[in-house]
Each structure stands twice: as structure tokens, then as C-alpha cells.
Write a protein that binds this ligand. Sequence first.
Ligand SMILES: *Cc1c(COP(=O)(O)O)cnc(C)c1O
Length: 393
Amino acid sequence: MKRKDLGFNSKLIHSGMFDDQFGSATVPIYQTSTFRFKDVDHGAELFAGRCEGYIYTRIGNPTLCSLEELVADLENGYKGIAVSSGMGAVNVIYMGLLEKGAHMVSTDAVYGPSRVVMEKHYFRFGVEADYVDTTNTDNIINAIKPNTRVIFLETPSNPTMGVTDMKKVVEIARSRGIITVVDNTFCSPYLQKPLDFGIDVVFHSITKFINGHADIIGGIIVTREETIYEQLRDMMVNMGCNMDPHQAYMVIRGLKTLSLRVERSQQNAMKIAEFLENHPKVKWVKYPGLKSYPQYDLAARQMNGPGALLAFELNDGYEAGKTLMNNVKVCMLAVSLGGVETLIQHPASMTHSKMDKQSREKAGITDGLVRISVGIENIEDLKGDLDKALAKK
Ligand SMILES: *Cc1c(COP(=O)(O)O)cnc(C)c1O
């Protein structure tokens, strides 16, 4: 049976495995910067790409290769490129796909640094971008220019939980020769496989669900076909933002339980969403699993589950947000997401505090907005914790 025909959970356990001389049951850490050539001809063959093997870890390494094969299989993609962080992935994609004079259309509520690096740095090199609400695909069509090369999406977006219709975007992009990219960090390949909808490039901050244990920073890119893969691989090697082999080993270890972790987190998230929706101090809850979620049908169509992230609005705004933050004891007050532990944060006083109130609210980040990344703890403990903290004045 071919590896690509295995079910998702079997891929988690078996994809990327390879035989070594000892029959190791796990993928060993090849903690080496360089690889010995047998002789001059062997070195020449390797550099010419005519034989299989490794040269230097920035270019490739067996532990990294194992992780790259594993995630490429999970995403139903061609090949993967492991990088040092999620932002490393963003930069390899921007640098690899946009040239001077090129234009990009992107989700307005995209991960903050993905937009900051574009507007602060890439603009200096003559690259342009427009940020629009991509949940309405007409906004994408209206933003496209003759020099648009890339449509860069995040779905669901953060922390406003807007879902973009990937199938529609692919139709818009293909007929115009535009490359499509999706940041799939929020979902992990367990919940969403953008390449199956015809998206060209998918990437992750591995830091979040894929690793899942809040102990590693990393990223990975997977492409649907060879040409873009070669372009991005070349860019990663030359930018020098490869992952370290030890880090890759930790990620492979964490990834084995992806389905179990996401399933459990998602069950907890559903219960917390229902609890909050019925709480008198809560104005509304945005969670793709709730019937009240405005894009319920679209989310159900392109995601295999509602996920572990939810946002809600407190009636009493900014101060109520701060009080909640200061009184939770089981939920951890921290940014990041996708780990086994429940993390809670208040964007207005934390991640988005530097934004002026007007543009913050325009982006849907209101004073009483709270985001939770739900972990795998006992649901009674999580609900009890929120209940007590919400009762505080
Ligand atoms: C965290 C995150 C990133 C950036 O990843 P790092 O590993 O922190 O560099 C990009 N996109 C999303 C959606 C994220 O949550």
C-alpha cells in the first residue's frame, strides 16, 4: 500500500519513517551540520543532484526530510519545506513569489506580523499589497490589478474568526494566473486541507497545533506541485532559515497525537462556547461550531470540525476583559495557541494594544473581545475557572 493512500491517523504514525541500519522505531536526530562524501565523484554527483543523499544541513537533512514528508502527506501535497518559524515561512513565500513591481491581495485580519513585514519592509523593495475583507470574495476581485501575483489568505482569521471561501478564491485566481497561498495554522491539516481545494501553497506556524506542546518555534510550507516547490526550496536554502534537526525531532514526536489533541480540544471548545453563549456577562460568542456563527455552513463545508479557538465579547468592555484576565487560574494568560494547555488573551490590552482604538475596532477587535485557545484539560475545570473569574467585579 502506498503511503499516500493511508488514512490521516495512519499517516501521522507512519509517514516520513525510513529504515536505518539499526531498525530504529522512531526517526533519529541527525545532529550534524555537514555530510561526508565518499570520494570526489560522489560529491560531484550530489551537487549535480544526480544521486540521493545529503550535503549540508541548511540544504537538507534526514530528520528534516522526514518531517517534510510527513506534513506533505498530511496536506495531500507534493513536498514540504521545514523552516525556523512561521514567519520564516511567510518570508520565504513573499521573497520566493513576489518580485519588484509585483502586487499581492491579502486578508485584512491576517496574522499581524505577516502584514507588518509586508508594509514596513517589502514596500521598500517595490512590492505592493492590498488588505481586504476576503470573507466577501468580491472584495478580492475588486482589489486585483494587472500586476497581482499572489492572493494570501488566512482562514479562519485571527482573532475575528472570519472564514474565506477557498474554492471561490481558487476560481478567481486560476483564470488570472495568480498563485494562491493559505496560512493554515489555525486549523492544522487535521481540520482543513487547502491544497484539496486547489490552493497552490499552504503553510503553518509549527509552533501551534502541529507541534502542540508550547515548546518549539517552527514553520513549514507545503506546495501542490513541483515548480513552486523548487522556487521556494531554493529561496529557503539561500535565505538560511532552515529548521534545526533536534527541533524537527521534537515536532515529529508532538505530531503523532495531532488528531487526539485536536479532537479533545475541539470537544472542550464546543462546551465552553455553549457555556459562554448562555452567560449573562457575555454579549456574543464567535465559534464555527455554534449555529449562531454567521458562516456556519461555509465553515462546515471546508473544515472537518470547528476547531479549538473561539472569540467572545464581554458586555462591560475593556475593564471586564482585564478583570477576567487577572482572575483565571486554570486558563493560562498568554499569547500563542494550539497547545495542550488552554490559553486566554485580551487583544485590546495585549496583542493589539499598540493599535489606535479606531483602527482596532475597524478590524473587529473591540474592547471586550477575548480569545481562547482551548486545551485538553478537564472541561469541568475550564468551565469552573471561567465561571469564577467572570463572577469577579
Ligand atoms: C503564530 C502564527 C504565525 C507566526 O508563526 P511563528 O512561529 O510565531 O513565527 C503565523 N500565522 C499565524 C496564524 C500564527 O498564529
